[in-house]
Design a protein around this ligand. Structure first.
Ligand code: 13P
Length: 280
């Protein structure tokens, strides 16, 4: 069933588990995410990034996800990931996204507050919840996200930011990276604890891929309610396709696509089980 992301994350916060926000770009990634969650009995957030707006029919995609969500028992929400432009946010709201992320992390705190506040006012009028970020997530290997400078979230700024903007969830930058880690991950869980003490709303962890399982478990105990996952799923699909191209016989595209979906599902299942924190 289709629900508001805020309801999914409020329940997660109360129940001390986290929900996966899987980045999707096409039918197979969306089907994999929804089917895995239905099998596991867990809620799921379907995330489409603004960066795919030039190549994905956003309105058509939204209708498709909503139809797919209504066919399953588990809560599903449709989320706009990393949007930098107001017009993308309005477009997503108009076609029924349940939440949007406004990424003003490249701005000063004052500017980020100013822009985020305006987005929150608009989105809330439409019943859509808003995620924002202070600090900035750096980019590791194989990621498709924008390069961030890796600035960690300052807990006092986070407190001011949340109070001023009335944002619904906050992406906390604690050292995770978008994509795979190039060296040993340096994730500051003590910082997360401080942010948790200053901010009451659900916290979001970007850069789920490659993050050690133990760290994810501890992060959930410290208030992370949503974990974004993209690169590991992409890598599973691409590794599968690379193997396919080694074969001499030409397969039919329909078979390749459904086999590719199956190749992504174990990665999603791994995350869904880990984040569920034995609560489902
Ligand atoms: P990964 O690519 O590291 O899984 O991060 C995804 C993400 O945070 C999208 O917002």
């Amino acid at each position: 069933m289709l629900v508001n992301t805020k309801d999914i994350l409020t329940d997660a916060q109360k129940g001390q588990y986290a929900v996966a926000a899987f980045n999707v770009y096409n039918l197979e990634t969306a089907q994999a995410a929804i089917q895995v969650s239905e099998r596991e009995g867990t809620p799921v957030i379907i995330a489409l990034g603004e960066r795919y707006f030039p190549t994905v029919d956003v309105e058509g995609f939204s209708s498709m996800i909503k139809a797919m969500a209504e066919k399953v028992k588990v809560p599903v929400s449709l989320h706009l990931d990393h949007a930098y432009e107001k017009k993308s946010i309005i477009r997503a709201i108009r076609c029924g996204f349940n939440s949007v992320m406004y990424d003003g992390s490249k701005y000063s705190l004052e500017q980020n507050i100013h822009f985020t506040k305006e987005i929150v006012e608009i989105a809330h009028m439409a019943g859509v919840s808003v995620e924002a970020e202070i600090g900035s997530t750096a980019r590791g290997a194989f990621s498709d996200e924008e390069e961030g400078n890796g600035t960690l979230t300052d807990p006092d700024s986070a407190k001011v930011f949340v109070a001023e903007t009335n944002v619904d969830f906050l992406a906390a930058s604690i050292g995770t990276v978008h994509g795979m880690y190039k060296g040993e991950p340096k994730i500051d869980l003590a910082l997360l604890e401080k942010i948790r003490q200053t901010v009451g709303i659900p916290l979001v962890l970007h850069g789920g891929s490659g993050t050690p399982e133990d760290t994810l478990k501890k992060a959930i105990q410290l208030g992370i309610c949503k974990v974004n996952v993209n690169t590991e799923i992409s890598m599973a699909a691409v590794a599968f396709l690379q193997k396919y191209t080694e074969k001499k016989q030409m397969a039919h595209l329909s078979t390749i696509m459904s086999d590719m979906q199956q190749a992504m599902e174990p990665v999603m299942t791994k995350f869904v089980r880990l984040l569920a924190n034995n609560k489902f």
